[in-house]
Every structure is written in C-alpha cells, then in structure tokens.
Design a protein around this ligand. Sequence first.
Ligand SMILES: C[S@@+](CC[C@H](N)C(=O)[O-])C[C@H]1O[C@@H](n2cnc3c(N)ncnc32)[C@H](O)[C@@H]1O
Length: 218
Amino acid sequence: MGITVLRGRTAKEISEDELRLLICAYDKVCIDIGTGDGKNIYRKAKNDKETFYIGLDPVKENMEETAVKIAKKPEKGGVENTLLVVSTAENLPPELYGIADYITVLFPWGVLLEGIVKPEEEFIAALRKAAKPRAKFEFITTYSANCEENMMETRNMPELSTEYFNGEYKDRLSQYGLTVQNVELFDNEYVKSFDSKWARRLAFGRKRDFYRITGTTG
Ligand SMILES: C[S@@+](CC[C@H](N)C(=O)[O-])C[C@H]1O[C@@H](n2cnc3c(N)ncnc32)[C@H](O)[C@@H]1O
C-alpha cells in the first residue's frame, strides 16, 4: 500500500515511512479535506513554517497547478511543508491515521457537504481517524434555498442556521465523537480573505451566510 501524492503533475505512491519522515520535523500537522485547487493551504503553508499542511482531494487535476508551485525551489515559490494527497475522505489512507492536530473542511460540496453538514457517521469517522486525540476541527459551509434550492431538495439537506448548528447538529456530532465549541456566522467579506478559486467565486458572488463551526475531536 501507500498514499498517492502529487509531485508536480505526477501522481506517485509514498510509504508510511516516507510520510513520517516528511512530517517529523514539524510541530503540528493540518489536514485539509476536499482541498480543491489547494490554494488555501498553499498560502497557510507559506505563512506558517511550523506546521505541515496536507491537502486531500479525489480530483488530481484540480490540485496540479498548486502541486507544480509546491515543487519549485523556495525562492520561486516552492514550499517544503505541504503535500497534496489524491483520495476521498471516506477512503482515507491508513497512513494518515492519527497524525492531524488540525482538520479543516472548507466550502464542501456534493457528498462531502452531505457528510459534514447532515452529518454522516462515515465522514465524521474518517475525520476522527485522521485526528490526534483532542485535535481541532474547522468546517466552513454555505448554501441556502435562495441559491441552491434544487441541491437542497435532491440531497435532502437541512436548512442552515446558527440554531441548527448549536442544537441538533451539535448533538449528532457529539454522538460521533466531535465536540462543537463555536458556531460563527459570516458574510461574503470574510470569505474574500481566502485564496482558492472556489472561495473567491462564492465571496464575490451572491450575498450569502457562511457558517464556521469549530471544535475538538474526542
Ligand atoms: C466546493 S470544492 C471546495 C474546495 C476547497 N476546499 C476550497 O475551499 O476551495 C469541494 C471539493 O470537495 C472535493 N470532494 C468531493 N467529494 C469528496 C470526498 N468524498 N472526499 C474528499 N473531497 C471531496 C471536490 O473534489 C472539491 O474539490
């Protein structure tokens, strides 16, 4: 076995030992699930050299541009504290089990959105597998009947509100082993500080409510 990572545009397998060697010099590990084009973690990695950042997404092509940047020499924008992994959340490679101090899921869509927001045990279990005891998590999500009526109906999504996240959602996550500590509501301005194409599309599109849910595992 091994995990599939991107080295520039090339996907290659690395072993658990190789992964451990990469991360051992860092104080902390952050895993960003559904990282998309990887631009959000690329910037975090540039600004925080004490943390090793792992972006995970099943769509290799979307991460390629950032993977090419990461692989460059530092003076040309390359970063050593970042790795892009090709995988879904639900099939998390066992090599990533128990290594994360911090887990983020930013602006999820599709099955990942369902898994995080409903929430579904399979997805939350995957997050817990990646986490060290008492790791921190951060989810940011947005959708509404104004903008995504069809998606909400098709996927049978709950209506979002601070009441939902502080009530039913908090209870369900707690059953699955995650403790919600804070639920915050932001507008488009907040999301303008993110770098990914997806975040920018949302931030500069229609007026929206963005919910940021933070807490700990275990
Ligand atoms: C709306 S994009 C957001 C990307 C990124 N987090 C950002 O802030 O730009 C959602 C991402 O979730 C990924 N995704 C979809 N299903 C997934 C799954 N089962 N596991 C992990 N990622 C998934 C998609 O490939 C896509 O890149």
